[in-house]
Structures are given as structure tokens and as C-alpha cells.
Ligand binder design. Structure first.
Ligand code: C5P
Length: 205
């Protein structure tokens, strides 16, 4: 059975970890679509036009080692507000979702725009404070001077930009199941996500 799973939610809610674990559990390919926007943002920061950066994106761009930084996240959310950049990335994402073995895609608009017919849609969220703390823990090895309060402010600005933009804003699809990970450990969040997918798949059979 070909399974398409859409996992959306705001930054640092646990989407990435959950998506990788769900993909491994069900034997599916996984695409972190945030990486596409981060790679476009990084190329634009180097002087390229946004549309050209999106249209000529290659595997090598996605493998860059500087895409996880706070600056790359900010650049991503700026180019992600441009409708022509989003349009240029649709085909790649849909082709990935349509692969024979099935796939998990995570991002902001997977359940609403990229894969509106996904078999299972999860909206993974958590409070802004919890998300900022997690992101700060992640980033501080590489950026020791980073203050948690600044990470929180940055995250709030990114949430605002992602949910207020006119094209494909961040919001749960009507048929998405929300998973709030604020009070869950990684193991608990993954177990709940796997169970939600299992139930949705069982309901289809
Ligand atoms: O998920 P991640 O933090 O890597 O995403 C970086 C930025 O890329 C997000 O803040 C958002 O603006 C954008 N994005 C998007 N649509 C997606 C995935 C990411 O707009 N499907």
C-alpha cells in the first residue's frame, strides 16, 4: 500500500524528529521541505535572485552544512513568503510525495497545498517557550553566544511571518490531527505520532 504522510507545524515543534521516526517505522522515504527554503535563502544571501535560486536548486545545495543556523532559518522564512519561489518548488515536492514506496513530507503547507490528499495529516505544535528552549539547546554548541530570549523573539517573528503570509500560510489542514508536544519527551511524541498514523491507516483498510 502506498502511503503519503503530511506533517506540518511551526519551527522546533518536533516535526523533523517525528517525521524521520515515522518514516523509518513505516519504511517510507522522508523529505524535510524546510531544507528547500533554507537552501534557496542561503543562495539569495549570496546574491542570487530568489526565483533563479529556487528554479536551479540541486542536491548539492541541499547538502550544504550551513543550512541549520538561525540565520539560514530567517533567510528561509523570507524567501518562503514569495509566491514565485513557492510555485517553483511545488513539482519537486509533489514528485517526491508520489514515489512508489510512499513518503513522509514535513513542512508548513504539506497537508494544505502540496499533498491535500495525503493519507494521514499531522499538525505538530508546542508552546513558543518550549520550542525556543529546544532550538536554543540545539544551536548553542555552534553559536555559544546565543541568548534564549533572542531565540524566542526570532521564533515568534518567524511564526508571525509564516502564518500571516498570503500564499500557503502556516495552518493546520481541516482534516489534520494536532499533536501538542509541549509536555512530551521525544520518545512519547514519536510513539503518539506512530500510533496516530497506525490508526489512520487501519481506518482506511
Ligand atoms: O522547517 P524549517 O524551520 O527548516 O523551515 C524554515 C522556513 O522555511 C520556515 O520558517 C518557513 O518559512 C519555510 N517553509 C515553508 N514551507 C515549508 C517548509 C518550510 O514556508 N513547507
Amino acid at each position: 500500500m502506498k502511503l503519503t504522510i503530511a506533517i506540518d507545524g511551526p519551527a522546533a515543534a518536533g516535526k523533523g524528529t517525528i517525521s524521520r521516526a515515522v518514516a523509518a517505522h513505516f519504511g517510507l522515504a522522508h523529505l524535510d521541505t524546510g531544507l528547500l527554503y533554507r537552501a534557496v535563502g542561503a543562495r539569495v544571501a549570496e546574491g542570487m535572485e530568489p526565483l533563479e535560486a529556487a528554479q536551479t536548486l540541486s542536491e548539492a545545495d541541499l547538502a550544504r552544512s550551513d543550512l541549520r543556523s538561525a540565520a539560514a532559518g530567517r533567510a528561509a522564512s523570507e524567501v518562503a513568503a514569495l509566491p514565485e519561489v513557492r510555485a517553483a518548488l511545488v513539482d519537486f515536492q509533489r514528485a517526491f510525495a508520489a514515489r512508489a514506496g510512499g513518503a513522509v513530507l514535513d513542512g508548513r503547507d504539506i497537508g494544505t497545498v502540496i499533498c491535500p490528499d495525503a493519507d494521514v495529516k499531522l499538525f505538530v505544535t508546542a508552546s513558543a517557550e518550549v520550542r525556543a528552549h529546544r532550538r536554543w539547546l540545539e544551536l548553542r554548541a555552534a553559536e555559544p553566544d546565543l541568548r534564549e530570549a533572542d531565540v524566542l523573539a526570532e521564533l515568534r517573528a518567524r511564526d508571525e511571518r509564516d502564518s500571516q503570509r498570503s500564499t500557503a500560510p502556516l495552518r493546520p489542514a481541516e482534516d489534520a490531527v494536532t499533536l501538542d508536544t509541549s509536555k512530551l519527551s521525544i520518545e512519547e511524541a514519536v510513539a503518539q505520532a506512530v500510533e496516530l498514523v497506525r490508526r489512520a491507516v487501519a481506518g482506511r483498510e
